[in-house]
Design a protein around this ligand. Sequence first.
Ligand code: GDP
Ligand code: MN
Length: 383
Amino acid sequence: MKLLEHEGKRLLARRGIAIPDGRQWPERPGSDQGWVVKAQVLTGGRGNRGGVVVVRDPDLLAEHANAVREIDFGTRVHGVYVEELLTFDHEFYLAAMINRDSGVVELVASAHGGVDIENVAPELIERMPVDPLIGVAGFQVRELTRRLGLDGEEATGFGAVVTQLHDALVAEDAELIEINPLVRTPSGFVAADCKVVLDDDAVHRHPDRDQPTAWETDGEFMNRCRDLGVIGVDNRPYLAADHGPTVAVLANGAGLTMATYDLIGLGNTDLSGAIELHGALSRGRDHTADVFGALFELDADIVFVNAFYQLRSTEVLAEALLDALERPGAPDKNRIVTRMRGVEQHTSQQLLETAGCYYTSSLDRAARKVVQVADMIETTVSN
Ligand code: GDP
Ligand code: MN
């Protein structure tokens, strides 16, 4: 998951790396010389597209903030960040990342920062692997700063950032932290821009960390799932143009959810997306109804609910589904296929069947029913 610039900078600041004073517009930091107005997007190269603007007149801040928000970056703009304008005499590039080939952290640095690193000649980029047991060694810092042409206090200052950056990568379970440019100011090195990519699989190790406001998979459905504390899968961007009837899946447990995808794949249907309940059921009927509401947003032709609990009743799940089906925009009941197993499952069966939804306790029968409904849809469409 990528962080927005201002989120990444907060992370750097927590690790002791200097960042410019900044606020999300319409707030602004105090500044004597002016401001830099920066569109918050999950792509680089904003500068070249007019997304980074130096503004010296405070009366022009609003105009520029509105203008950068309107730029088409091909991806959503998550607000505008306003920073104090820095004075610097040089732009460096500094990054720490996991090298996938060697499996260790690698430091990458260049005295030619500020531009896209892909455009810097390879011989001008220094790379240094870090021993995972030792961390960044003193001699490595000295070697790196020497190669970048730094000495004295400057080398010490740069070296401190190198160590902080490496330690931040490890402690935050990041895959990449890139500072470009790391600028040399009269009061030391400052991270003027950064890109932070966190390891999605390690999110649970940082419960205290704020949820990023933008994720790579940044859509209404995914955001809604995140707010509801469930795991969403949005497959719609990957559906072929000539896809068959679509199915939205709701299941409990990652294993059952994946097995359900496999079953869907056997028929003439395509998966438009899925939700893994992830314990949402214990948050009650209303909350679970909201989860169904999110699932319906996928606008699939068929909704397949596949729940299997050992020690829990599925009654709340059935009730929540029926609640959600009463809401405006909900799918037709003859497009709902439910398979529920759990304690006293007959209660759920009664509820669902009375309401006119297909119910079975058998996964096999449920899958067949999905295929049957899909066939019915296809026949209706082709007639
Ligand atoms: P990117 O194009 O998305 O990587 O955006 P950056 O934040 O890296 O900004 C691009 C360029 O704008 C930098 O390389 C700097 O040259 C310039 N820039 C950014 N912040 C400042 C600042 O505070 N002062 C000045 N003078 N230039 C800045
Ligand atoms: Mn940059």
